[in-house]
Design a protein around this ligand. Structure first.
Ligand code: G3D
Ligand code: MG
Length: 203
């Protein structure tokens, strides 16, 4: 992460989904347009994107907080300051679709995420026979589950980059820019990291 823009206010986006959905691959590809070998995320990855909306510049930070159980206990802390959720589905894994649906529903029950916009990314579209975005909208009952919140579902491939730019653009449209008094991105990331490290060692 560079220094540029580090004094801008932060709008935090949470990248969630089952393990192996492609979250880490997607984050790196979105940011650097390249593929990196990923290992199951321990701790978290965070990347910053510069956004301009209504003449305001701010930093969209996308947090991939990993799926391991011990991190889940910290999710409410993340949820509090989150402006939008991106939920990644492995569209090539029909066997885990029901589990992914449950995980999404569970996430959306968080009090701190009430009314926050949601993007559902139907990843791995490069794999033959993967679920289409329409199949996911229907089988996940997204219209019902999302209720009044703003949401969209979009096909993508973190491997090829298909759909990622579009997804980032749509996420930018969906969120409210942070207020000028919001903590700046650098402080916020540092404080969150310290908080998690502190909580993790005190487990
Ligand atoms: P996670 O962070 O959600 O746990 P990862 O998932 O980003 O680590 O990805 C898990 C595996 O899925 C990786 O494969 C990765 O290369 C693969 N993957 C991610 N996105 C795509 C995609 O769009 N298409 C295809 N075909 N594969 C994808 P490995 O083999 O390294 O475990
Ligand atoms: Mg990961």
């Amino acid at each position: 992460m560079g220094q540029r823009g580090s004094t801008q206010p932060e709008a935090r986006v949470l990248l969630l989904g089952l393990d192996n959905a492609g979250k880490s691959t997607l984050l790196y590809k979105m940011k650097h347009n390249r593929l990196v070998g990923t290992v199951p995320t321990i701790g978290f990855n965070v990347e910053m994107f510069d956004v301009k909306k209504k003449k305001k510049n701010f930093a969209l930070t996308v947090w991939d907080v990993g799926g391991q159980t011990e991190m889940r206990r910290h999710w409410p802390t993340f949820h509090q300051d989150t402006v939008a959720v991106v939920f990644v589905v492995d569209a090539a894994d029909r066997d885990r679709a029901a589990e992914a649906k449950r995980e999404l529903e569970n996430t959306l029950t968080s009090e701190q995420l009430r009314g926050r916009p949601l993007a559902v990314l139907a990843n791995k579209q490069d794999v033959d026979g993967s679920m289409t975005v329409t199949e996911i909208i229907d089988s996940f009952h997204l219209r019902k589950t999302c209720g009044d919140r703003d949401w969209f579902a979009q096909p993508c491939s973190a491997s090829t980059g298909f759909g990622l730019e579009e997804a980032l653009k749509r996420i930018g449209h969906m969120i409210k820019p942070p207020t000028e008094s919001a903590p700046n991105v650098k402080e916020n990331i540092r404080d969150t990291m310290n908080y998690i490290k502190f909580k993790s060692v005190r487990r």
